[in-house]
Design a protein around this ligand. Structure first.
Ligand SMILES: Nc1ncnc2c1ncn2[C@@H]1O[C@H](COP(=O)(O)OP(=O)(O)O)[C@@H](O)[C@H]1O
Ligand SMILES: [Mg+2]
Length: 267
């Protein structure tokens, strides 16, 4: 079944820090939609409102104006059909890898044997077969993020909401997990909304790239990207990165994100 997550003229404000001080407008006039099978990547400078946007989709926050909708219904809070993965894995240190992954199933009331079986399958799917008994502190950063993603997949969500999920990893692990994410996204059939700082990552993973401009956060540009499709069809990511189109889109995005003076001249 196709699902759609929609931002309809969404604004978000945080209250002022001191009593009497005016509130800060963080997002303004956001129109965006993510459907099953989309991989939407939101990129923008620090403070441009990326996490706030994801928090709205997760239902952690409510818009000041406009609406965030799931299949036409306003989102009123978190839900199992929208799984969230943060930069810090947020795993439960008192549980081993398997029980972390099985946790959402326990919440759903799935019986113990069935949970264990599902968790083993998910461990295999994220390349961690045989690691179920390991404690969280025995896992590398990359393995922890795999466990976090496996846990997110356990509830068979319709949307994966990922806030800089690979941001804390070393470059080599990050490249590997980018391909892993593409694979997971494709096989799950879910829609993905991923936040990143990395232009390279945005170009490799996205079917659509959304550039957020700061203060207040608003959409500066939306670009379609086809590199994820090429990679999933077997293209070598290193070759893809070296292509003329990739480089020119990289330059274009760099200008859009960092070059405000240029933007004002163009306006
Ligand atoms: N809970 C909060 N209260 C007040 N201001 C906040 C809060 N969270 C974020 N902000 C402000 O909102 C803006 C956008 O933050 P955020 O969504 O975290 O941006 P990003 O993820 O792009 O770095 C920043 O100016 C930040 O300081
Ligand atoms: Mg953020």
């Amino acid at each position: 079944m196709t699902s759609r997550l929609t931002f309809d003229a969404v604004s978000l404000a945080y209250p002022g820090r001191d009593r009497g001080s005016s509130s800060t407008r963080v997002l303004e006039g956001i129109d965006l939609s993510v459907s099953s099978g989309d991989f939407v990547v939101v990129i923008g400078r620090s403070g441009s409102g990326k996490t706030s946007l994801l928090n709205l989709a997760a239902g952690f926050q409510q818009p000041a104006a406009g609406a965030v909708l799931l299949d036409g219904q306003p989102i009123s809070g978190p839900g199992a059909e929208r799984a969230v993965v943060f930069q810090d894995d947020a795993l439960y240190p008192w549980l081993n890898a398997r029980d972390n992954i099985a946790f959402p199933l326990a919440l759903k009331g799935v019986a113990k044997d069935a949970r264990r079986k599902a968790a083993e399958e998910l461990l295999a799917r994220v390349g961690l077969a045989g690691s179920g008994d390991r404690r969280i502190w025995e896992l590398s950063g990359g393995m922890r993020q795999r466990v976090g993603i496996a846990r997110a997949l356990a509830a068979e969500p319709r949307f994966l909401l990922l806030d800089e999920p690979l941001g804390a990893l070393d470059a080599l692990t990050r490249s590997k997990l980018q391909l892993f994410l593409l694979d997971i996204w494709k096989t799950s059939g879910a829609g993905a909304l991923l936040i990143t700082h990395s232009i390279d990552e945005a170009l490799l993973l996205a079917t659509r790239i959304v550039v957020l401009q700061p203060a207040p956060g608003r959409i500066g540009a939306i670009l379609d990207s086809g590199f994820a499709g090429e990679i999933l069809s077997g293209a070598d990511p290193r070759k893809v990165r070296q292509s003329v189109l990739f480089r020119s889109m990289h330059d274009g995005l760099t200008a859009l994100i960092h070059d405000n003076a240029h933007e004002e001249l163009a306006a």
